[in-house]
Structure formats: C-alpha cells, structure tokens
Design a protein around this ligand. Structure first.
Ligand code: ASP
Length: 324
C-alpha cells in the first residue's frame, strides 16, 4: 500500500528564484518544488498544500500556530504516515521548535529548507526536499519529535540552530550533534531525546521580548520595557547566567511588576545555573526570582515562554516547565 505524506510549503529560499539580471532572490507565484517528478516517489502519495508563501523573516507565531493547526488536523483526519514542511532557513528552527512543543504525534514530522534558491548553481532545495520525504517515510524516524533535515543530516528541533549565513552545512546542534544521517540507501537515527514535552495550546496571545546581555549593559532597555505591554522577558545572559550590575536595577523593577524573566546563556554550549554570588551573578539573579533555563537558545526560550504563558503565569509552574 502507498504511504501518505502530507507536505506543507510555507515559502523561503527553497521556493524562490534568482533574477539573472539583478541577482535578487525573490518569492515566485508558483513554487518550483511543485514541478518535482512524482515518479521519484513510486510508493508514496504526496498530499501537497501551499499553506503560505513567505520569506521566513515574515513568519510570526500566528503563522506557526496556523501551521500547527493544519498539521494536527491532517494527522487526525487523513491517516497520514508522515509530514514534510518546507520553510525559509532564517527562522526555521523557531517554527520547528514551536511545532515540537505543540503537536502530539508519533509519526515523523520533518522540516527542511534551502540555502540556494531553485535556479542557482548547486541549488540544495530539491535534494533537501527529497531527503526530507525519505526521512518522513522511515519507520526509524517515528517518535523522535520534530526533525530538521538539511544537507543529509537529521537534527532534533530542540537543539538545532542556523550557524552560518550562507553555507549549505549551516544547521548544527551544538553540544549534541545531529540525531541521525541520511545516506544514499538509508535513514539512520543514532540518538533520541530522553524527554518530549507537549503543551496543548490553541492560541498564542502573549508578548515576550528577547534581549542579549553585553559588557556595560545598563538599565535603559529595562526602563523602556517597564512602560511596554509585555507579558514576559527572556535574556541571553553572560556565561553561566550573569548580568552586569547596572542591568540588575531595571530588571528588579520588571520582576516587581510580576513579569516572568527567563535567563539563558549567550554561550552556544552548556546550561545556566546560579553559581556566582556577586551583584548580577547567577546566585543573586536566582534570589531575585529569575528563572533559569536548561540549555535552550534565546529564540527558543522565547517561544517556550509564549507557549507556557498560555498555560500558566505562576512562577513555580514556569520554573518546572523550564527545568525540562
Ligand atoms: N532569507 C531566507 C528565508 O529565511 C533564507 C532561506 O530560506 O534560506 O526565507
């Protein structure tokens, strides 16, 4: 029997072409991937939906939610065997992680993109698309959470990040590496995450801001945030989770207003924890009520806080959620 794969195209470079005169890479009316020869997939039925046609810097949490609802509905009603999403690479890891947190499933869900548009020399779009379909068809790839597949590597949505502005090997999982690879003949998964989180949400309504700490950071931005309608803040702190002392003054005011603050590190590896007892050190921040996150990047912690705040704004609940 033919396996059914639901494909959702959302845009990005994989769906774009380069203009031969100006060199500009732009979206197209017709997705070039729709020309893919179906004979390539003899035992597969592709159910294709052009749900969006956006460059990924135009994707917001509302598009992620729309995609999540469309995928969940397809899983519930169409007896599909796997899902493939094509997406721009700039925010691909964010959509992947959002879907990972909010879709309950055991079939393979794969997201892919391209670094070179469809008519550029060495274009990687078609190869990545076909590879993603192969992963979605594989029994090995069941029950591993949402996967990011590019350049013959399979990465867990939680850990992967775009590391290079233009190289086709841009997607990497610092500290952990890929969970698998795709060879000419096989899809091989070598490791799986020990835990999978699922949050049953139907809307995304909270405004969460992401800041990066730096040497000499002061209270200016915190003062501006205190006057803004925000529901949460994520800070990419220094090292193991520290902030410059002048930043702490403004931070205290936000905490005093009941705004949850999540601290991740601007380092690519490791987790944040309360180690230093000086002004602005992790121990001090912990005492002030800052919540530490377990190794997530800033952009992913921001999405997780948005999702979590749909469930609870209680400090203890948020602390439990971010301990995962
Ligand atoms: N700027 C493009 C986008 O994210 C990059 C890509 O798709 O690779 O839509």
């Amino acid at each position: 029997m033919k396996k059914k794969i639901a494909v959702f195209h959302t845009g990005g470079t994989i769906a774009m072409k380069q203009d031969s005169e100006t060199g500009a890479v732009t979206p197209q009316e017709e997705n070039p991937l729709l020309d893919v020869n179906q004979d390539l997939f003899q035992n597969v039925e592709l159910i294709v939906e052009n749900i969006l046609n956006l460059p990924s810097p135009h994707i917001t949490e509302q598009e992620m939610l729309r995609l999540q609802k469309a995928i969940s509905e397809k899983i519930a009603t169409n007896h599909i065997d796997g899902v493939v999403i094509t997406h721009g690479t700039d925010t691909l890891e964010e959509t992947a992680y959002f879907l990972d947190l909010t879709i309950e499933h055991n079939i393979p869900i794969v997201i892919t993109g391209a670094m070179r548009s469809s008519n550029e020399l060495g274009s990687d779009g078609l190869h990545n698309y076909i590879t993603a379909i192969r992963v979605a068809l594989s029994d090995e790839a069941k029950n591993v959470g949402v996967m990011v597949v590019l350049n013959d590597e399979i990465h867990a949505a939680r850990n992967v990040t775009k590391t290079h502005t233009s190289n086709v090997a841009t997607f990497q999982s610092p500290q952990f590496g890929p969970i698998g690879i795709v060879t000419k003949n096989e899809v091989l998964i070598f490791q799986k995450l020990l835990r999978h989180e699922f949050y049953n949400i139907h809307q995304v309504t909270k405004n969460v801001v992401l800041l990066t700490a730096h040497a000499g950071m002061d209270g200016l931005i915190f003062d501006a945030l205190e006057r803004s309608p925000i529901h949460g803040l994520v800070i990419e702190g220094l090292g193991q989770g520290n902030l410059p002392p002048k930043a702490v003054v403004g931070l205290k005011n936000l905490l005093g207003k009941g705004i949850p603050v999540i601290l991740v590190s601007r380092c690519l590896n490791g987790v944040t924890e309360g180690v230093y007892g000086y002004e602005g050190g992790g121990k001090h921040l912990e005492e002030l009520g800052v919540i530490f996150s377990n190794g997530l990047s800033g952009q992913k912690a921001r999405l997780k806080l948005m999702v979590a705040l749909e469930i609870s704004s209680q400090h203890d609940e948020l602390e439990k959620i971010f301990a995962n």
